[in-house]
Ligand binder design. Structure first.
Ligand code: NAD
Length: 420
């Protein structure tokens, strides 16, 4: 992570503002997080000792509705990262026209080193520390890197104990048994898949595509499966332990089962024409669409120039550095930006919150239809804006979101600008 991730993210805000006639007060408001709360979570370890972990919850901007965003467990988590991710969530929710602002949370911890019981105590401690800030009309968390539906279930249960009754809409990404939504599991990848399918003609993509996927976790596995099911070839994939390539296409179902058994994608190297490649060779692989689905800043000045793909579908958050973005734009590649391409996850989270509040649950086809309609409508609008103004899809997505945010900020009136 760069030293000033938020500073780098704010460059996008200034760039978007230059394409809109927007009040300077709006930009001033969006340059700073509204509130970031820090806590030290003290938990009892299995051996009887006590250990403490730093944690944050940021509510970046709530002009368009309660703040929404995941909780990340990562040893490198920092306040800069949390605020930047919350800034991105503010724009992502506005891109999709969801009635939410942006938030994010994190705990500085290597979750893989905790037992299940320790993880539960940590997750409950998080909710105890931040319950004053969180709430179904105030701030609604969800899973992120190294957190999952089981952790959301513990947190929802802890919140229910604190307030004295069940409040399923306080958190999304819950297990189905606790009010989770059908279709949340593959929502991020599915949203990106609907977007790519809708814009394929405009992007000049052919019928049968060659795809490379960087990162083979939730987002990466599902996008590989959805595209392979449509007859496209997944020619290369990677995870944190290695990368593999097969020009005629990899057997996605086989790689998914290897990963489910705890293996790495590179376990398949040497079998059925599958060859092991390096992480940089994956970026340079001959393909039509490159899908970053791992972590931030993985495509940078050092490897972007070698990329051959015509289209980049950003399922990860912030996978391209600003330099990589410039390199790809200058060579005519089209980047479908994270705040649009991976917004399927938060969109189905929104559907979960709506269902919880109604107490009425939708079928899987209803969820898929609503997700497809939203991705297509916002994707088309951003595509038209990018052509009309001759700007990148990323800048167009920020302009599209900023117009909505600006309208909402101005509608609130100046009094609310400076409320702390
Ligand atoms: P995950 O933890 O399930 O998967 C991450 C994958 O990245 C793993 O396969 C891991 O091995 C791989 N990885 C880590 N370091 C790598 C490296 N150096 N090279 C190659 N692969 C590497 O996480 P996820 O939920 O799939 O999220 C992936 C990205 O998508 C993150 O940026 C996340 O913020 C973003 N995202 C996810 C969702 C969601 O709903 N899951 C929603 C929006 C955005």
């Amino acid at each position: 992570m760069s030293d000033d991730l938020l500073g780098a993210a704010l460059v996008r805000l200034d760039e978007a503002a230059s394409h809109l006639n927007i009040d300077a007060d709006v930009i001033e408001k969006l340059k700073y997080a509204r509130e970031t709360t820090k806590a030290r979570l003290m938990i009892r370890m299995d051996d009887g000792s006590r250990k403490s972990f730093l944690a944050w919850r940021c509510r970046y901007d709530d002009t368009r509705g309660p703040t929404k965003g995941g909780i990340r467990y990562h040893p490198d988590a920092s306040v800069d990262e949390v605020e930047t991710l919350a800034f991105w969530m503010t724009f992502k929710c506005a891109v999709m026209n969801l009635p939410y602002g942006g938030g994010k949370g994190a705990v500085q911890v290597d979750a893989r080193k905790l037992s299940k019981a320790e993880l539960e105590r940590l997750s409950r401690a998080y909710m105890q520390a931040f319950a004053r800030i969180i709430g179904p009309d105030r701030d609604i968390p969800a899973p992120d890197v190294y957190t999952n539906s089981m952790i959301m279930g513990w947190m929802a249960d802890e919140y229910a104990q604190i307030v004295g009754h069940a409040v399923p809409a306080v958190i999304t990404g819950k297990p189905i048994a606790l009010g989770g939504s059908l279709g949340r599991g593959d929502a991020t990848a599915r949203g990106g898949y609907y977007l790519l399918r809708r814009l394929a003609g405009e992007l000049g993509l052919g019928e049968k595509l060659r795809i490379a996927v960087q990162g083979f976790g939730n987002a990466g596995q599902h996008i590989a499966r959805l595209l392979a099911d449509d007859g496209h070839r997944i020619v290369a994939v990677s995870d944190s332990s290695g990368a593999v390539h097969r020009a005629d296409g990899l057997d996605v179902a086989r790689i998914v089962s290897v990963k489910a058994e705890g293996g790495s994608v590179s376990t398949l190297a040497g079998q059925d024409g599958v060859e092991a490649i390096t992480a940089d060779e994956l970026v340079a692989i001959d393909c039509d669409v490159f899908v970053p689905a791992a972590l931030e800043n993985m495509i940078h000045a050092g490897n972007a120039g070698s990329m051959k793909a015509k289209v980049v579908l950003e399922l990860a958050n912030g996978p391209l550095t600003a330099e990589a973005d410039t390199i790809l734009n200058s060579r005519g590649a089209i980047v479908l930006p994270d705040i649009l391409a991976n917004a399927g996850g938060v969109t189905v989270s929104y559907f979960e919150w709506v269902q919880n509040r109604q107490g009425y649950y939708w079928t899987l086809p209803e969820i898929h239809d609503r997700l497809r309609a939203t991705m297509e409508a916002e994707g088309e609008a951003i595509w038209r804006l990018s052509r009309h103004k001759d700007i990148s899809m990323r800048t167009a997505a920020y302009v599209h979101a900023l117009a909505r945010l600006g309208e909402a900020i101005e509608a609130h009136g100046t009094q609310s600008f400076f409320v702390s």
